[in-house]
Design a protein around this ligand. Structure first.
Ligand code: 9D3
Length: 258
């Protein structure tokens, strides 16, 4: 039996699209992932099926009401295994990264709660939610896209979802560094040639070149990633080479800083 993910959302059609394509669609077909959405609107008691109301204390915007959300969560939990984790996608949450996706993939079934409007009545969070997570410091219109990102990223980490070729362990973030550049035919496009080493057939040279590019790009673009990773002696040497060559490049192009 696969991992079960229940999503409480006012926009179930939006969230369900994450399993209509690609790797996530295949995971569902193979029974490795089960996704179901629960709409709090269906659990609203008043004739207008309202799920939001005005904020106490005044101010702009609306707040999602306790009762329809609580009823939808109770219904959703009946689908999940005895041990499950409930997560609120929220700009107030702790920012997540690759290691959190690994933990979510390994852990129990998930209930993802998506907010809309200004937010959710805090008492619902206190009573029903184990964890609050954010994608990053930018504003989305609701939690749905964030839930879809989490579902996509963790599905790739479920055993049996990726083939050996594309194996998640090979992913650049499992390695803690950025990916190397990729090329396919033709060998030359408007004077830009594929790096010779990739045509050499020397697998050892190819894998050293790729590792060097990965380390070099990480050094240039994401020094924060390098700072938290211990480099092996070979990696140190390759990065030194890359840095040396990039200093030569900027010298000859006159783009050296200072
Ligand atoms: C006016 C103050 N805003 C809070 C920072 C209001 C607000 C903005 C965005 C309230 C809700 C939202 C909707 N965002 C999400 O639900 C969300 C989110 C995000 O906006 N950024 C990064 N990660 C996430 S996870 C869920």
């Amino acid at each position: 039996m696969g991992k079960r993910v229940a999503v409480v959302t006012l926009f179930p059609e939006m969230v369900e699209t994450v399993v209509r394509h690609g790797v996530t669609a295949r995971a569902v077909e193979r029974g490795l992932l089960e996704l179901r959405c629960w709409n709090p609107r269906h659990y609203a008691l008043d004739p207008h099926r309202r799920t939001d109301d005005r904020p106490y204390g005044g101010g702009a915007g609306m707040v999602m009401m306790y009762q329809p959300l609580r009823a939808a969560i109770v219904a959703a939990r009946r689908m999940l295994g005895g041990d499950s984790r409930s997560i609120h996608l929220s700009p107030q949450g702790r920012r997540i990264e690759h290691a959190d996706m690994v933990r979510l993939a390994k852990g129990p079934d998930l209930l993802l709660l998506c907010g809309r409007y200004e937010g959710i009545d805090e008492r619902l969070i206190e009573a029903e939610i184990d964890d609050e997570i954010s994608l990053g410091d930018y504003v989305l219109s609701g939690g749905e896209l964030a839930a879809m990102v989490v579902i996509d990223a963790l599905t790739r980490l479920l055993p049996g979802v990726l083939g050996n070729e594309e194996s998640a362990a090979e992913d650049s973030f499992s390695q803690g560094i950025l990916d190397c550049p990729h090329f396919t035919r033709p060998e030359e496009i408007e004077g830009r040639r594929v790096p010779g080493v990739l045509l050499s057939g020397d697998h050892g040279a190819v894998s050293r070149w790729r590792l060097k590019q990965s380390l070099g790009r990480t050094w240039q673009r994401r020094p924060d990633l390098l700072a938290r990773r211990r480099l092996q002696p070979l990696e140190r040497d390759l990065l030194k080479e890359y840095i040396g060559e990039s200093a030569e490049d900027s010298e000859s192009k006159g783009t050296k800083p200072g």
